[in-house]
Design a protein around this ligand. Structure first.
Ligand SMILES: [Zn+2]
Ligand SMILES: [Zn+2]
Length: 445
């Protein structure tokens, strides 16, 4: 049965204890109320003190209904732990009262730019390493509570104990058991976790998805970045730069052997923005890596260590793919046909000369098209087109479904990507389009 979920939040990214500031996820309610004149919603989470009699009345009715319908809520977790995840305080309500989420597992996926959009996450932990719960619980929660289309568990390679064949097979078996093409896609993986000495060489963390085997960043022969890349090239896998700069790790400032298997970088991790952090040389990590020639797309990871798989926040990796199957989504990851979204149902397309984000195009004049919309009809305040990390064009559409076109000059070595804003902070960032050959290519090139 589909459920709409209420979440209780305190200000800040995590609920520390039940207290004064309660945020209420009004999306379902607002959608339902659209038909009764409540049209402009500034942001999905609003403070309860909305100065509207109608809303207040609805809330009272709703609260009464919650109490009757949902029964008692167990707050024991909140009492015992100083950092309680919002997910543990969820209470579910039958769909009869609220509009169902615009996007639900197994439901309609939005289509844009010739593809469907699938929302998911690839970076999470369970008690197989330093997280909570089991892989079975993680996949189930991500699918049913998180409403994700795809989800991956990526356990640490050495922390708190070394990965073993037994744990690896447990994880793989769980992913295979939960993968249901067309409904929910489950991936297994691990996090190559090169922490500072004495554990590792302080090189950084990568989420590795779909590898047949695993390796260990604290042991030969996979301790250095070049060794890791060599190992990665033996696998049908993709890897993602995680939380760049965190834990004093270096990624050797992105100077190491390139591999096509590293397809992205987390622009956010947990509930932190890494895109806006200053990198090793004064710019952002994403652009510094792109300038070093990495062909990486815009990713992110909830990096769950509690039982909030897919429900830590509304931030997602959104994949543009023809089908909700493991093969189709994996192919899209390899093609960098994905974007980083801090909204759970934002749709974004960025096409140049007929080729979708993640593609390579030829040099010359590029005809670019940007399209965006949101499952909750949220408005787009501004859209930026960037070349080599610098904004070259800005639009302020203030529209719920903007479509922008632009003619830009692209030379070999240039990369272009798009940032979209629903408020002051970026809401979504596309993967780049790269100009890789001197010859102009036609549509679809
Ligand atoms: Zn990590
Ligand atoms: Zn992690």
């Amino acid at each position: 049965m589909e459920n709409s979920t209420f979440q209780w939040y305190q200000t800040g990214e995590q609920v520390k204890q039940r207290g004064a500031y309660v945020w209420f996820d009004l999306k379902g309610l607002v959608m339902k109320m659209n038909s009764i004149h409540m049209h402009s919603q500034p942001k999905s989470r609003r403070l309860l003190s909305i100065p509207s009699l109608a809303t207040g009345l609805c809330f009272l009715l709703l609260s009464a209904y919650c109490t009757l319908a949902a029964g008692q809520v167990d707050y024991s977790a909140a009492a015992s732990s100083p950092f309680v995840d919002p997910a543990t305080l969820d209470r579910s309500i039958p769909t009869g009262l609220l509009a169902s989420p615009a996007h639900a597992a197994g439901g309609e996926s939005p289509s844009i730019g010739g593809h469907n959009v699938y929302y998911g996450d690839l970076h999470s932990h369970t008690s197989l390493s330093d997280g909570s719960g089991t892989p079975d619980q993680a996949f189930t929660h991500a699918r049913d509570a998180g409403k994700l289309d795809f989800f991956g568990v990526s356990e640490h390679d050495y922390w708190p104990e070394d990965m073993t064949d037994q744990k690896w097979n447990t994880l793989k078996d769980a992913a295979n058991a939960h993968n249901q093409d067309g409904t929910f896609v489950a991936f297994w993986g691990f996090e190559w976790t090169s922490d500072v000495p004495p554990d590792g060489l302080g090189l950084g963390h990568f989420t590795v998805v779909n590898s047949e085997d695993y390796c260990n960043s604290t042991k030969e022969p996979t301790r250095t970045l070049n060794q890791f890349v060599t190992w990665l090239s033996t696998q049908d896998a993709v890897a993602i730069f995680n939380h760049p700069g965190q834990y004093n790790t270096t990624f050797d400032e992105f100077i190491f052997d390139h591999t096509d298997n590293i397809v992205g970088m987390e622009l956010w991790n947990r509930s932190q923005d890494y895109y806006s952090k200053t990198g090793f040389h004064g710019d952002g990590y994403f652009d510094e890596a792109l300038r070093e020639g990495w062909r990486i797309g815009a990713a992110g990871g909830q990096d769950n260590h509690g039982t909030d798989w897919g429900t830590k926040n509304e931030w997602r990796i959104a994949v543009l793919a023809p089908k909700k199957t493991r093969a189709s989504i994996f192919e899209a990851l390899k093609a960098r046909r994905f974007y980083s979204s801090r909204d759970k149902n934002l749709a974004l397309s960025f096409i140049c000369n007929g080729s979708q984000m993640g593609s390579s195009v030829g040099a010359g004049t590029l005809a670019c098209e940007i399209e965006a919309f949101d499952g909750d009809n949220e408005s787009f305040a501004s859209i930026e087109l960037l070349r080599n990390g610098s904004v070259i064009e800005t639009w302020t559409p203030n529209d719920t479904h903007p479509t922008m076109t632009s003619s830009v000059a692209g030379s070999v070595g240039d990369y272009f990507y798009v940032r979209v804003y629903q408020s002051n902070d970026w809401t979504a960032i596309s993967s780049p389009i790269w100009v890789t050959s001197a010859e102009s290519r036609g549509a679809g090139g």
